[in-house]
Ligand binder design. Structure first.
Ligand SMILES: [Fe+2]
Length: 301
């Protein structure tokens, strides 16, 4: 083990900055997966309550390779919210994060609604800037897996862009390993306390951007928001964050999808955003979202 800024990163890990061989090998494998197309990621599912072995393997292998999968229910009429729990469970996604606006079953119904108190953008039709989910959570309550299921798309807009953090890591490390050092620093990024009606409902959270998990996989805490994020005041941190923003802004780096009814995303909390959308006259865009303290089942770890 080598301790890099409080993170124990094994000697054989590609994320160990002191040992280049493992990184070079891992990098080679990943560069060919840099920008997946929909055909690389799409898996058709007959019954979300009972995946076939083939369907499950297809999902797991895509998450191993790309950290994400797009699934399509062959029958989009299957819409009961319980499908989210059922699907997640079959992919080792069990421990749900309950957030302030989630429903009683800890699955959020993302749709335009009237909100009391602080206005949370996911429940509006506004654009959502780049982030990983739960970047403001306590470090021992990080979100490693997400299921998002589209019941109804918007009349227009509501497009998600997705970017695998592993590729951000590669681009940053190739540009300057000091960027990685800056982003694994335990004080790289601070989210100020969340105060609602004068009451602190979550204390300030300070932590790294890149976290190498116990299973050796990479996790990323990130938000592109200009306000409410305090970055560690070093030149490397500033430049690294600017480079992440530039990578996300480059359309050549990101996978885009406008989920249709019956489609969903399962991912290891990759970077993502959402464009603004417009609802039609009838029922508006509805997406179920579940966040987990678990990562998607893997054949690798
Ligand atoms: Fe999100």
């Amino acid at each position: 083990m080598a301790i890099q800024d409080n993170q124990q990163i094994e000697i054989g890990s590609p994320y160990n900055l002191a040992v280049k061989a493992a990184y070079e090998l891992w990098r080679e494998q990943h560069l060919s997966r840099e920008l997946p197309r929909l055909s690389d990621l799409l898996v058709y599912i007959d019954d979300p309550y009972q995946l076939s072995d083939v369907e499950k393997k297809a999902i797991v292998s895509r998450c191993d390779n790309f950290n994400m999968v797009i699934y399509q229910l062959n029958n989009p009429e299957i819409q009961d919210k319980s499908l989210v729990h059922a699907l997640g469970k079959q992919l080792s996604l069990v421990n749900l994060d309950a957030n302030l606006r989630s429903d009683e079953d800890s699955v959020s119904s993302l749709e335009v609604r009237n909100q009391a108190g602080n206005q949370y953008i996911p429940y509006t039709n506004k654009a959502l800037s780049w982030h990983t989910d739960g970047y403001y959570n306590y470090l021992d309550k990080q979100i490693y897996g997400i299921v998002m299921h589209c019941v109804r798309p918007a009349a227009s807009g509501g497009v998600n862009s997705l970017l695998n953090p592993e590729h951000v890591y590669i681009k940053l490390r190739d540009a300057n390993p000091a960027y990685i050092e800056a982003l694994i620093h335990p004080e790289a990024m601070t989210i100020p306390a969340n105060v609602e009606a004068g009451k602190v409902i979550r204390e300030a959270q300070t932590g790294p951007v890149f976290i190498v998990k116990d299973n050796g996989r990479l996790h990323m805490r990130f938000s592109a928001r200009k306000r409410n994020i305090v970055w560690r005041d070093t030149e490397e941190t500033t430049n690294a964050v600017a480079m992440i923003n530039a990578l996300m802004a480059d359309e050549n780096n990101v996978f885009k999808v406008a989920l249709k009814a019956g489609q969903g995303i399962v991912c290891n909390n990759v970077l993502h955003n959402r464009t603004a959308f417009t609802d039609g006259d009838g029922s508006g865009r509805l997406v179920y979202r579940a966040r987990y303290y678990d990562a998607v089942a893997s054949n690798e770890k």
